[in-house]
Design a protein around this ligand. Structure first.
Ligand SMILES: Nc1ncnc2c1ncn2[C@@H]1O[C@H](COP(=O)(O)OP(=O)(O)OP(=O)(O)O)[C@@H](O)[C@H]1O
Ligand SMILES: [Mg+2]
Length: 336
């Protein structure tokens, strides 16, 4: 895939991602290897993103996109010119989801099973970037899409110390944006663990690493040996006793006083459902409930609720969505 035009910067992104058109006539969110986050952020995007996809989460298509720095020559913004100049060759393209909106825990419900699975995934890959401040979740076509995994796998910045991170719990997991939606963790997290851990095989990890372009491992690196480090680290992490899972079960729910000062601000806590839906599986939604282009529910309510609905959040507190329905827990199973 080759970029043909730089369209516009994406204002929200710290790494200055841009919207680019490509020779497939598609529009791609492009993240550049010359950005301050460095090429390892692109590597983490591919490894965590493709692993997530393989586990059934909705992740926009990822491609390697060839960028000619000349495309930046007509760009009036000097910062963008410099970014393109610093990023010749292989960069990361992510399918642009037009009209998508950022997940807002006050306005949308996600079923407990899906929320716990996302929490589990982020804990496995040590993705510290899915907090209530910065959800990195998009709603589009009635589904919840996982984006921005550039901060995951942070031990890869220093492999000499990575051994010490094999059992590490997700830092600040109590600020994970989907934690309030995950219901009783004692129920939802072991279920997520049982469903996902056996699927993270060495073979799958090797397949995922094979999607990373050699250039991203560094000029002097042995790409195969480097890829094996990721496979080993992830496989060791998932195939052991997984103390990074039990760490989240051992602690009290962080919406309680124990973490005062580290969680969402008080006004937000009060508005988050105190005991959101977990598990009660409803029958599949009636045909026609979803909009065109919906590929099936992945457990996220397919639309913004009304202000009135949201206003009931304070009082519901009984584990149901504002309109009284429990979440649909088939999700995460977004294959197909
Ligand atoms: N595939 C996509 N489709 C539509 N919008 C997107 C897509 N990817 C990213 N965006 C939008 O661009 C914003 C920035 O993207 P992203 O979070 O991936 O960049 P980033 O530079 O890693 O950001 P940060 O580090 O600040 O979180 C997202 O919050 C979202 O609003
Ligand atoms: Mg982001």
């Amino acid at each position: 895939m080759t970029a043909t035009r730089y369209a516009t910067p994406l204002r929200e992104g710290g790494s200055l991602p841009g919207l680019m058109e490509a020779d497939d006539l598609g529009t791609w969110v492009v993240k550049f290897h010359g950005a301050g986050q460095g090429v390892k952020a692109l590597l983490a995007e591919v490894v965590a993103g493709e692993l997530a996809r393989a586990l059934g989460f909705a992740v926009p298509e990822l491609v390697v996109i060839d960028v000619d720095p000349e495309l930046g020559r007509v760009e009036p913004d000097q910062e963008i010119q410099e970014l393109l100049r610093a990023s010749p060759g292989a960069n990361l393209g992510m399918d642009y989801l037009p009209g998508s909106i950022t997940y807002d825990p006050l306005a949308f419900t996600v079923d407990a099973g899906l929320a716990a699975r996302v929490l589990w995934l982020d804990a496995l890959v040590l993705n510290v970037d899915r907090s209530w401040r910065n959800p990195n979740l998009l709603l589009w076509g009635g589904r919840l899409w996982l984006i921005d995994h550039g901060a995951a796998l942070y031990p890869h910045h220093d492999w000499t110390r990575a051994k010490g991170t094999l059992d590490r719990a997700l830092p600040q997991w109590n600020q994970h944006v989907l934690l309030p939606a995950a219901g009783e963790l004692a129920v939802s997290l072991p279920a997520a663990d049982a469903a996902l851990a056996p699927a993270v095989t060495e073979e799958l990890l090797r397949d995922v690493l094979a999607l990373v372009p050699d250039a991203w491992f560094g000029i002097d690196a042995n790409a195969d040996a480097d890829a094996a480090r990721y496979v080993d680290w992830l496989h060791t992490r998932v195939s052991g006793s997984r103390p990074w899972v039990t760490a989240m079960l051992a602690t009290d729910r962080p919406t309680r006083s124990a973490d005062r000062g580290t969680g969402p601000p008080e006004w937000l806590r009060r508005r988050l459902p105190s005991r959101p839906a977990h598990a009660p599986t409803t029958s599949p939604p009636a045909p026609g409930r979803h909009r065109d282009g919906d590929h099936g529910s992945n457990g996220c309510e397919d639309g913004r609720r009304s202000a009135d609905d949201r206003a009931t959040d304070n009082t519901a507190g009984d584990g149901r969505t504002a309109d009284g329905r429990a979440g649909d827990d088939r999700a995460g199973d977004s294959r197909g």
